[in-house]
Design a protein around this ligand. Structure first.
Ligand code: G4P
Length: 285
């Protein structure tokens, strides 16, 4: 058990509702399985927040919300932690998940959890309506656990960024890196961009065509990166394409939402990915 897991397991003993923050652009990949496992173990309901919904594809977000809301003990909503009206819904919905907790004697105790960079600090600041947490785009800014009063009869415990020790599926690693949940040095930008390119060519080809004014017919992720390099004049000093620079252009365009509102996975594609991963050992044996 690593220290983040131990701290979270301990905190859950005195928690009524787990508020899990995920990234709406990749809700499955940005969800830490440990949160699900430990909240089941303690039998705690979960308010699942698909944050950064302003960057995600609204249709895909609706699919995810329906998918999660069909699960027992789960209430899912899409929010943008930067929109106060979205944030105001959180205490109300949390109360509905633990109606037995009310009044000063039995305050509603909530825990905020999620992997780094999904927007926990931003949300925390918005919930408290003042700056208490440092917000930054580098993972793992929130370091230690703190419990704060959230108004009469309500407390909120912030848990340190929970990143699982080993990312089980390569596809998740690439999606997380593209969305900047994994630090800059952990993976090679070029590889991440090629992977992102393959997903976007399949799911949002028109966004690519409009942004880079290219015809995507017949392109794969690598071909796309080369075309972006050509288009944007990413050329090395001695000649030849600067694919690293092109990767950076592409990743920044995706992360900032410049390409459009994009979601990298939907419930169906995730199920397919997981089923394919499970079937690999059978094929090999
Ligand atoms: P963390 O505590 O979970 O690690 O995440 P944090 O709040 O630090 O947020 C990580 C980045 O995500 C920040 O960006 C933050 O502004 C951004 N963010 C959080 N919530 C939302 C949201 O709902 N929509 C959008 N579009 N972005 C969100 P940053 O690069 O540090 O930029 P800045 O916006 O603070 O300048």
């Amino acid at each position: 058990m690593n220290s983040a897991r131990r701290a979270f397991a301990k905190a859950l003993a005195a928690i009524d509702v787990v508020i899990e923050v995920t990234d709406a652009r990749l809700p499955g990949a940005s969800s830490n399985p440990m949160i699900e496992e430990l909240r089941h173990f303690r039998n705690r309901p979960c308010l699942k927040l698909l944050n950064k919904a302003d960057l995600a594809d609204p249709k895909a977000t609706r699919e995810w919300i329906a998918y999660y809301n069909a699960q027992p003990g789960v209430r899912a909503i899409a929010i943008s932690a930067k929109h106060p009206a979205d944030v105001e819904r959180i205490p109300v919905l949390s109360r509905q998940l633990a109606p037995h907790r009310s009044g000063a004697e039995k305050p509603l105790r909530m825990a905020l959890a999620g992997i780094p960079n999904v927007g926990k600090s931003t949300l925390m600041n918005a919930l408290l309506k003042r700056r208490v947490a440092k917000v930054g785009d580098e993972p793992a800014v929130t370091k230690s656990q703190q419990t704060l009063d959230l108004g009469p009869g309500m407390t909120l415990t912030d848990t340190p960024g929970l990143m699982w020790p080993k990312i089980e599926h390569d596809a998740d690693g690439f999606m997380l890196a593209a969305s900047h949940a994994i630090g800059r040095n952990a993976v090679i930008d070029e590889e991440v961009a090629v992977n992102l390119g393959s997903i976007l060519l399949a799911r949002y080809p028109a966004f690519i065509e409009v942004r880079y004014r290219i015809d995507v017919t017949g392109l794969d992720g690598e071909g796309l990166l080369e075309r972006i390099a050509h288009r944007r004049g990413c050329i090395r000093k001695g000649g030849g394409l600067d694919l690293e620079k092109a990767a950076n252009v592409f990743l920044v365009d995706y992360r900032s939402g410049t390409l459009g509102r994009i979601t990298l996975e939907v419930p169906e594609s995730r199920q397919q990915m997981l089923a394919a991963a499970e079937s690999v050992p059978d094929v090999l044996s």
